[in-house]
Write a protein that binds this ligand. Structure first.
Ligand code: NAD
Ligand code: UDP
Length: 321
């Protein structure tokens, strides 16, 4: 049986990844210190013989007495609010955590997959962003703790590949959304859904002209699965190229939840990227992958999850929560 270790497996993406690996008949070891994730995301997997949860901080060395085929390093605070509140933990999990997990993969002769991010491109000056773009990151700005940790992680992964010959993969994940995001994690998808469901104004930062491109979690996980099983060692962007302004996104959420929702404008966070859109030519070419879930379908599933989580029953159109 193939055994895969997933760090950050109790988080939003990690929990979906654990499920997918189990569905592919892998034995899954989920390692998480519950810093920004939670047990509820994986509770339904407890009791399975092919699933093990280990509460552990991966910035500390980790040893395990069994063979591993894959190590997938997803542990890291990921929402801007989280990594601004946890700057040192963010830097440590991207550096020390990556080093520890690469060391583990080396000892076990396992394949290693690194969760990287579109933030390695910073506030991009090239649009859309291909993997060949080196980025525009402010190393000493507040977002630098996340961006530079991920850039360091990528460099470390390539060094382990070149020096130790371990099999490595790097996925650059663009804004992904779906069930199991925390309603108050500060990212725009959960923030707007939570606000619209409660009849509060949607907080648009800046004038809302900045753009993002949103990918549904199932599409992302499919891309990661294909990358893991490919022989592509260079970083690969996985994201949905359908780009929109944040104001357009607010209108979409409003239309789906509560057409009477208002918008309120708040200051734009420091170094907030003005545009972001993945160039997915590599994923198309090497993985035969492209997203398939339309934004509105993905949002409907996410909104359903939030309603259940928050105990809010569906109301007939026109009525607010
Ligand atoms: P998340 O906060 O839901 O999950 C992160 C998980 O890592 C949490 O369960 C947390 O408890 C765990 N963790 C953090 N530090 C740890 C440590 N030192 N030891 C063990 N566990 C630790 O966030 P997410 O959105 O699921 O992000 C998962 C990964 O994907 C991150 O590496 C993130 O950088 C990357 N990513 C996500 C997105 C996105 O849109 N969701 C975009 C780009 C990159
Ligand atoms: N944003 C917003 N209102 C919010 C949260 C975020 O307007 O309540 C904006 C944010 O300034 C950014 C975009 O939405 O331009 C996406 O933010 P998010 O935190 O989801 O992710 P980012 O892409 O910045 O990492």
């Amino acid at each position: 049986m193939t055994t895969s270790l997933v760090t950050g497996g109790a988080g939003f993406l990690g929990s979906h990844l654990c499920e997918r690996l189990l569905a592919e008949s892998h034995r899954v070891i989920c390692v998480d210190n519950l810093l920004t994730g939670n047990r509820q995301n994986i509770e339904h997997l407890f009791g399975r013989e092919d699933f093990v949860f280990v509460e552990h901080d991966v910035t500390k060395p980790y040893e395990i007495d069994e063979a591993l085929d894959n190590v997938l390093h997803f542990a890291s605070p990921a929402s801007p609010i989280d990594y601004l509140e946890l700057p040192i933990q963010t830097l440590k999990v991207g550096s020390l955590g990556t080093h520890n997990m690469l060391g583990l993969a080396k000892v076990k002769g396992a394949r290693y997959l690194q969760a990287s991010t579109s933030e390695v491109y910073g506030d991009p000056l090239v649009h859309p962003q291909p993997e060949s773009y080196w980025g525009n990151v402010n190393p000493v700005g507040p977002r630098g703790v996340y961006d530079e940790a991920k850039r360091f992680a990528e460099a470390m992964v390539m060094a382990y590949h070149r020096v130790h010959g371990i099999e490595t993969r790097i996925v650059r994940i663009f804004n992904t959304y779906g069930p199991r995001m925390r309603p108050r994690d500060g990212r725009v998808v959960p923030a707007f859904i939570d606000q619209a469901l409660h009849g509060r104004p949607l907080t648009v930062f800046g004038d809302g002209s900045q753009t993002r491109s949103f990918c549904y979690v199932d599409d992302l996980v499919e891309g990661i699965w294909r990358l893991l099983n490919s022989d592509v060692r260079e970083p690969v962007n996985i994201g949905n190229p359908q780009e929109m302004t944040i104001l357009e996104f607010a209108e979409t959420v409003t239309r789906l939840i509560n057409p009477d929702s208002k918008v309120t404008f708040k200051p734009l966070p420091v170094d907030d990227p003005k545009t972001r859109q993945p160039d997915i030519s590599s994923a198309r070419k090497y993985l035969g992958w492209e997203p398939t879930v339309p934004l509105e379908d993905g949002l409907v599933s996410t909104i359903k999850y939030f309603r259940e989580l928050l105990g809010l029953a569906e109301k007939p159109p026109g009525e607010t929560e």
